[in-house]
Write a protein that binds this ligand. Structure first.
Ligand code: AMP
Ligand code: MG
Length: 408
């Protein structure tokens, strides 16, 4: 059996320990609405208007007073109300008003009867059904009351919020400046894409993953490239990142016994904890403070780097950026294949979730080695296997988390 896992830090403890130390570090600025897409609201948005602002018709039909319908005789059409063109004429007893969707209902309207429930003979309108009071009237303020909080501070503005804010006449919004995040990869073996590989070299893939995730989160990225395993160059990169960014994220060089000068340097420059997490993939992880910036050291293995970013760094960056954060929904699914698992760590296996004849089904993407990138690129969900769980047989129920905005 494997190594002793009793001293490993649970993911939830690591997350809580980090979040307790962090607070929003991004000032706010006022931006015109169209430029605020993707930014985080710095304060609650209270509605300056009632929505809808006036009682209006939900249908094309006729505005009526119930007292006029009591006799059962047809009503005479007094005039017409259009959206943007209210009916302002007289409304004598025994009359109704032709009304279109969105038009303000004339003063005294009890209900709007839809056109399909009437018969018109010139201006004489026969009503085929007795309407309920208030029927087909959208009341002023029924969607949003004046002064009501429509969006709380911390909301990241997506295309769904833009028309809502526009409907309230909001022209500018107070939003946080983007979080500035410096990144670099460490390792003598790493080469950037577009250059040839010598024997023993590999392409630096982590930086492209981390950059892509930062873009999804709306962060400004300062990409410092690849830094070799060399103390002087590493020191210079740490200092530059600390000067210019709110956060530094590196990958590689945080595993046990390896590139020890990374640890030495970080101890010298700041207060960094090297954690061994009880998760798989992603055991080695470093977190702490440089003189000015926060530091996150991700494992070098590409899948581990992505998973630890998603599970730990993402919520931390959200907090620093002033953004409310919720994990994607977790669901239950039945496995269609056995899954390898040994007790001791919380597994984030990569799976393919699909709709089976009897509900959700999930299978593995194959090798779950933390260096095997296909396990992540073919997947559409995590299969989350509890720390003490062992091998999973076909037909067992497991927790799955479909990839949300970050990994999609
Ligand atoms: P390390 O954490 O530096 O010991 O790296 C662990 C493994 O991940 C090694 O096989 C490295 O070559 C690999 N690795 C580290 N950084 C990267 C990177 N940026 N892109 C791809 N693989 C990496
Ligand atoms: Mg390395």
């Amino acid at each position: 059996m494997g190594f002793d896992t009793s001293g490993l830090l649970p993911l939830s403890d690591a997350l809580q320990g980090m979040l307790e130390q962090l607070a929003c570090c991004c000032d706010s600025e006022q931006l015109p609405l169209p430029e605020a897409l993707g930014r985080v609201l710095a304060s609650d948005i209270a509605s300056p208007l009632a929505v809808p602002p006036f009682d209006n018709s939900a249908m094309d039909g006729y505005a009526v007073r119930l007292s006029d319908l009591a006799s059962g005789t047809p009503l005479i059409m007094a005039g017409k109300a259009f959206a943007g063109q209210p009916y302002q004429g007289e409304w004598p007893a025994g009359h109704c008003v032709r009304i279109m969707t969105g038009a303000p209902v004339p003063e005294g309207t009890d209900a709007v009867v839809m056109q399909e429930e009437t018969q018109a003979d010139g201006d004489r309108i026969t009503f085929l059904a007795q309407p309920e009071p208030g029927q087909n009237i959208r009341r002023a303020g029924s969607d949003i009351g004046k002064g009501a909080c429509v969006l709380p501070a911390g909301t990241r503005l997506t295309p769904r919020e833009m028309p809502l804010l526009a409907s309230l006449g909001v022209a500018t919004v107070a939003v946080r400046r983007p979080l500035k995040v410096a990144i670099f990869s460490t390792g003598d073996e790493l080469k950037p894409v577009g250059t040839p590989l010598a024997h023993g070299d590999i392409y630096d893939s982590n930086r492209y993953g981390v950059r892509a995730m930062l873009a999804r989160l709306g962060c400004d990225c300062l990409d410092l490239g690849i830094i070799p395993d060399d103390p002087a160059q590493l020191r210079a990169a740490f200092i530059r990142a600390d000067d210019e960014a709110d956060v530094l994220i590196t990958t590689g060089g945080v595993s046990v016994g390896e590139a020890d000068f990374t640890k030495q340097l970080l101890d010298e420059l700041g207060e960094i904890g090297f954690w061994k997490l009880a998760i798989k993939p992603g055991k080695p992880f470093a977190f702490g403070r440089l003189p000015r910036a926060w530091f996150f050291g991700l494992p070098g293995n590409p899948v581990s780097a992505m998973v630890t970013f998603d599970q730990l760094v993402q919520p931390a960056l959200a907090k620093l950026a002033g953004q409310r954060f919720e994990r994607p929904l977790q669901l239950q699914a039945v496995t269609t294949e056995p899954l390898k698992k040994s007790p001791g760590r919380l597994d984030f296996q990569r799976g393919i979730l699909s709709q089976g004849p009897n509900g959700l089904e999930v299978r593995s993407t194959g090798s779950q080695d933390s260096a095997v990138f296909s396990s992540l690129s073919w997947a559409n969900c995590y299969i989350i296997l509890e720390r003490e769980r062992g091998r999973v047989a076909v037909g067992e129920t497991v927790t799955v988390e479909p990839f949300g905005g970050l990994l999609l």
